[in-house]
Design a binder for this molecule. Structure first.
Ligand SMILES: [Zn+2]
Length: 325
């Protein structure tokens, strides 16, 4: 079953999280092919999407954002789009758009950054967004500080967290067709950090000690192989890595509280989308195809609107009506 485990190291400014997605991740893959219109993900894409899903869950649990966290890669290679959305209750959905062949051993760059046009974006969309308020968007670089493309998604995010939050982060991500999993270790910000630099005090020496603690735990974490993360259960992973450390584990999120697949598409959203096409284009589609059919990329659900349903969308939004507002 899926689970999320949070832990601290007694007396050290280091926190960690381990996520393992089983049923929810398998549901993402099942939905992909359920409608019969899409092929299974190529192996390398499955790994990327699973790693992104585990990572987005770790990020959402880390910041506890009251809204949707959306992690997107817009690719210029065979992977045109990979997207994961995680809600505050840790329900999630994920999908990818693939055009053409993807070799099984393809790197991140070979999938999404062939001509250096790939983009990765994290969006925080508040639940109670005020009118006119834009969601926050952060650009995540697909290149390292020397301008070289980064080939693993975990390294992309590690680099981003260090740049954006100034927080040392170690990430190990892995996925196969049964499981998407991730381990995150992060150095906690120390109170007053940054104000200490001008004064050489005992606090500096404390700081050095704390950095050493983080460095030691980070080395242990990064020794975790992807195969181990996929094959061992959560408690075993943590025990084997940190058996010499004094680790304090919180109550794990399992069962009903565990991360799970859920899609929040709805007829209302599709109606709004058709409405935005305009009545002429909507009528054209009905004339050509007999109906308008829209399938949700995340869950595969098909929404169908015949001629009468389509007319109704525009009647409902006639002046004086607020059905779609
Ligand atoms: Zn859906």
């Amino acid at each position: 079953m899926s689970e999320l485990r949070k832990f601290l190291f007694q007396g050290l400014p280091v926190r960690g999280m381990l996520v393992r997605l089983t049923d929810g991740w398998q549901e993402v893959l099942r939905r992909r092919t359920a409608s019969g219109t899409e092929d299974e993900y190529p192996e390398a894409v499955l790994h990327l999407l699973g790693e992104m899903t585990a990572a987005a869950l770790l990020m959402q649990s880390n910041i506890k954002f009251n809204g949707a966290l959306v992690l997107q890669v817009f690719g210029d290679g065979p992977v045109k789009l990979a997207v994961v959305e995680v809600q505050p209750d840790l329900s999630f959905r994920a999908t990818a758009k693939v055009v053409g062949e993807v070799p099984p051993e393809a790197t991140l760059s070979q999938m999404v950054n062939v001509r250096n046009q790939g983009r990765c974006v994290v969006t925080l969309d508040p639940r109670d967004r005020l009118p006119g308020q834009q969601p926050y968007q952060g650009i995540i670089s697909l290149w390292d500080d020397t301008g070289r493309p980064i080939d693993h998604f975990a390294d992309v995010l590690q680099h981003y967290m260090l740049q954006s939050e100034q927080l040392d982060t170690t990430l190990v991500l892995a996925a196969n067709d049964q499981l998407a999993a991730g381990l995150l270790i992060q150095r906690l910000p120390v109170q007053g950090e940054g104000n200490l630099s001008a004064k050489a005090t005992a606090a500096d020496e404390d700081q050095i000690g704390r950095n050493e603690d983080y460095a030691r735990i980070a080395i242990l974490a990064s020794s975790l192989k992807q195969s181990e993360l996929l094959e061992l259960d959560g408690p075993t992973v943590l025990r084997r890595l940190f058996w010499e450390e004094n680790r304090v584990e919180f109550e794990p999120l399992v069962g009903d509280e565990a991360p799970r697949f859920a899609c929040n598409c709805s007829t209302e959203r599709v109606r709004r989308m058709i409405h935005s096409l305009g009545i002429d284009e909507a009528r054209d589609i009905v004339r050509e195809q007999g109906q308008i059919e829209v399938s949700c990329d995340f869950c595969g659900l098909a929404y169908r609107f015949d001629a009468i349903d389509t007319e109704q969308i525009f009647v409902d939004t006639a002046p004086g009506s607020n059905a779609l507002q």
